[in-house]
Design a protein around this ligand. Structure first.
Ligand SMILES: *Cc1c(COP(=O)(O)O)cnc(C)c1O
Length: 455
């Protein structure tokens, strides 16, 4: 007998939301959001605006010369941390064959898996927040350089200054990696509280850069708590709050502006007759949430954002569907939060993201771990692109949208069914390029095993 959740028994919750039955059996589901604003009017829950994204974009421009100086791999792009958008026609054929479902419209991969510096989507939000902290510390100490001379932040005087400050974060791995690499490069003391899901190589890489890694046997929520507690006790410190941070969110949101320019360059229209569908792997929600916020301010109701979660960690889906947001965890419903998708192994969603984006998230779907491995192999075989399991979660999105009854109804309601051959589907690949070769080989072999089973 499970304890009541927000005053109702599990049986009552199931009666109200029948999809819970399948979720509790960790079956794959496709859910569309009844609170979605089909008219795409003002979002009254949103306290941030386009001006906030402008400010974040400007900050990243100011830091570009510094980034280019310290991370040579960013020099060709002038110190911009950005990833390519690639058409994946071969993968599209594989997906159609695997799922016995035709994909109408064209299919692209947004390769945040190959973002410079830290090889995951966290190179957007995480690095942005560290840069903002550096600016604040420099200003406080009357050492802020002129806007066009940020390259000097690489100097010893700044390393010495930043070494008096600590940056603390709780993570399943990739956020720690981004904060750690960027923070250490600037000279900050960085302390990363890692959940039990975090991969060994991520911890070792951070330690090699002088980052202090605290290992926890518990899951992400507990690791974050431990980090928050430590930061409260350390005066000269900054806590990167993955569950609530506006700065992380804005760093992610900048992606939308850049994507708009990329689409224009590639002559891919997004308008009333050319809808854009984006499929985003979701952990606590900051990454996909920030990107969705950015995309909605740019493309309004011409963009449709779907989040993807592992069947064992459907935290955002549970929070949105029940309206309980961060007041509920998957464990409350007997779901174990055990998944190979370490970047998505989150049992309790961000309340900030769920509440502010309630009207803007089109839906959420879940993917079985075995399918993540299978898709990993399919993408490697077809496009020679190697992602980590978490990053494959979005891949199943287009087939699911087009095959699921709820997906079809969504397209009808948006009056899009008849123009889907003009649609653009973007699968957001969120990590992978830094995975060591032998670890990747293990992922691939797992995919091969499941491929055999799949026939
Ligand atoms: C963190 C992460 C995500 C999701 O971002 P959240 O902000 O946790 O929702 C997706 N994919 C990968 C690989 C990640 O590391």
């Amino acid at each position: 007998m499970q304890a009541p959740i927000a005053g109702k028994t599990v049986t009552q919750w199931k009666k109200e939301y029948p999809l819970l039955e399948q979720m509790m059996l960790t079956e794959e589901v496709f859910w569309t959001n009844p609170h979605y604003d089909y008219s795409s009017g003002q979002n009254s829950n949103m306290s941030l605006t386009g001006t906030d994204i402008d400010e974040a974009e400007q900050r990243l421009y100011r830091f570009a010369p510094y980034i280019a100086a310290v991370f040579p791999e960013t020099r060709p792009a002038g110190g911009m941390i950005e990833s390519p958008l690639v058409k994946i026609d071969q993968m599209r054929l594989k997906l159609e064959k695997t799922y016995h479902q035709k994909i109408t419209g064209s299919l692209y991969l947004k390769c945040d898996s190959h973002l410079p510096i830290s090889g995951s989507v966290k190179a957007r939000g995480g690095i942005y927040e560290v840069l903002k902290v550096a600016e604040q510390v420099a200003r406080k100490n009357n050492m802020l350089p002129p806007e066009d001379q940020y390259a000097c932040l690489a100097g010893d005087a700044y390393k010495k200054l930043f070494s008096q400050y600590a940056i603390i974060v709780g993570s399943t791995g990739n956020l720690g990696l981004s904060i750690g690499i960027m923070g250490a490069a600037l000279g900050f003391r960085v302390i990363v509280h890692m959940s039990a899901d975090a991969r060994q190589w991520k911890k070792e890489l951070l330690r090699s850069k002088g980052v202090q890694v605290v290992e926890h046997r518990s899951d992400y929520t507990e690791a974050v708590k431990a980090g928050r507690r430590e930061a409260q006790q350390s005066p000269a410190s900054h806590f990167v709050d993955d569950e609530n941070s506006r700065d992380l969110f804005l760093g992610y949101a900048v992606a939308a502006r850049r994507l708009k320019r990329q689409l224009e360059k590639m002559n891919i229209p997004v308008d009333q007759n050319h809808p854009l569908f984006v499929y985003l792997p979701c952990g606590v929600g900051g990454g996909p949430g920030g990107i969705t916020f950015g995309l909605k301010t740019v493309f309004k109701d011409h963009v449709h954002c779907f989040f993807a979660e592992p069947t064992h960690s459907p935290a955002m889906l549970l929070g949105l569907m029940t309206g309980l947001h961060d007041k509920v965890s998957v464990q409350d419903f007997g779901i174990d939060n055990m998944t190979a998708a370490d970047g998505l192994a989150v049992g309790r969603p961000s309340g900030f993201v769920g509440k502010t984006l309630e009207q803007w998230i089109s839906g959420v779907f879940t993917v079985d771990d075995r399918h993540l491995y299978l898709l990993l192999k399919r993408l490697a075989d077809s496009e020679k692109l190697y992602l980590e399991p978490s990053a494959l979660a979005g891949c199943a999105g287009p087939v699911k949208l087009l095959a699921a009854e709820a997906g079809k109804q969504y397209l009808e309601k948006c009056s899009l069914s008849h123009i889907m051959h003009h649609a653009t589907h973007i699968v957001w690949a969120t990590g992978g390029s830094m995975v060591p070769a032998e670890v990747m080989e293990g992922f691939y072999q797992k995919g091969a095993t499941f491929a055999q089973e799949n026939g």
